[in-house]
Structures are given as structure tokens and as C-alpha cells.
Design a protein around this ligand. Structure first.
Ligand code: TMP
Length: 197
């Protein structure tokens, strides 16, 4: 049975690095949101680039654009890969919408969960790995030029981190919380141990 594995976490949590390493190890398809398809890449630059929508984007419009990205991503990349028998590792999925547009922006988490499930045609990950790091570690790893989300401020990112903790606590059968503060190799070992558990 092919597996659908997702990494979640705030900016600077190291999830892109760990997603790439896990995918290489498993021979899995590596993909990401937003922007895992060519339509999605346009949505990503619209939502995130500093030269995109700026501060004018309505929160619900932002949530719907993320859902549109997910619908295309599931239809074009994830489902076909799983149907071929490949494993899929995605850097972000529904958890990001719930943490960012829900817990951090203040939209209803239940409504977003329904929207996202609809967008994904009911597809849900087998396992979600949450890479947890302190605000200090995250800040030290952040890019020099922040995108629209990264520029949202410390309070926003604290709400994202707390949101992720609540999501993981509410669904322990699916979510694994991994300490992401160590070296790349140390975190990778913790990820592999969490997957075996
Ligand atoms: P990243 O791919 O570099 O981590 O950046 C993606 C950004 O988009 C990050 O700030 C989280 C945000 N995002 C949402 O707000 N909602 C979503 O549903 C997804 C997938 C990402």
C-alpha cells in the first residue's frame, strides 16, 4: 500500500529539508503546497510574493486560493502517484490551512477542515509529522527576504505554532510531533523513529 506522508511546521522548522530527505530515502514522490503544480505555482506567487496581492487579500480569499491549490495538487500529482503505487511526501497540506488561516487568521477551523476535505476529494494523509522548534530557532533559520506570511509578525507565528500543537493533540493517531531543533541528521533520525512508532 502506498503511503501519503505530510510534513507540517512553521517557517524555519526545517520541514522542506526533512521532506526531501525522507522522500529520497523512501523513493517517494516529493511535492509541496502551495505551488506543487503549474497552476499552484501561480497561486503561490499571487498569495505569497511581496509583489503579489500585498496586504489587500481578504482572509477568506486567501483560504480559497489555498484550497484551489490543494484541489489541483491532489488531482494532478498526489492521487495519480498513489494510484501508481508510489509513496508521496508533501511539504505542507491541510494542517497548514488550519494553522494559518484558522488558528492564526481566525477563520473557523471546522469550516476550513470541511473546505479542505472537499478540495482534496476526501484524501487525508496517513501520517503528519509536525516539526516543532522554538521561536528562536525558527528565527535563526528564516530567509533574509520574508514573503507575505513570514512578514506577518511574531504574534501571528506564535498562533500558528499553538494551532499546530492543538491539531496534533486532537488527532494523535495521525500526527507525530518531532523536535526539529537539532542537526539535520538528528532530526532525520527522530523522524524515522516517529514513522516506525
Ligand atoms: P513555504 O512553502 O515556504 O513553507 O511557505 C508557504 C507559506 O504559505 C507558509 O507561510 C504557510 C502558508 N500556507 C498557508 O497559509 N496556508 C496553506 O494552506 C498552505 C499550504 C501554506
Amino acid at each position: 500500500m502506498s503511503r501519503f506522508l505530510v510534513f507540517e511546521g512553521g517557517e524555519g522548522s526545517g520541514k522542506s529539508t526533512q521532506a526531501a530527505r525522507l522522500a529520497a530515502r523512501l523513493g517517494a514522490v516529493l511535492t509541496h503546497e502551495p505551488g506543487g503544480t503549474s497552476v499552484g505555482a501561480r497561486i503561490r506567487s499571487l498569495v505569497l510574493d511581496a509583489g503579489g496581492v500585498g496586504t489587500a487579500l481578504d482572509v477568506r480569499a486567501e483560504a480559497l486560493l489555498m484550497a484551489a491549490d490543494r484541489a489541483q495538487h491532489v488531482a494532478e500529482v498526489i492521487r495519480p502517484a498513489l494510484a501508481r503505487g508510489d509513496d508521496v511526501v508533501s511539504d505542507r497540506f491541510t494542517g497548514s490551512t488550519l494553522a494559518y488561516q484558522g488558528f492564526a487568521r481566525g477563520l473557523s477551523v471546522d469550516e476550513l477542515a470541511r473546505l479542505s476535505a472537499w478540495a482534496a476529494g476526501g484524501l487525508a494523509p496517513d501520517v503528519v509529522i509536525l516539526l516543532a522548534v522554538t521561536a528562536e530557532v525558527a528565527a535563526s533559520r528564516r530567509k533574509a527576504v520574508p514573503d507575505r506570511m513570514e512578514a506577518a509578525g511574531d504574534d501571528f507565528h506564535r498562533r500558528v505554532a499553538e494551532g499546530y500543537r492543538s491539531l496534533a493533540a486532537a488527532d494523535p493517531a495521525r500526527w507525530r510531533v518531532v523536535d526539529g531543533s537539532g542537526s539535520v541528521e538528528d532530526v532525520e533520525s527522530l523522524v524515522l523513529a516517529a514513522l516506525e512508532a
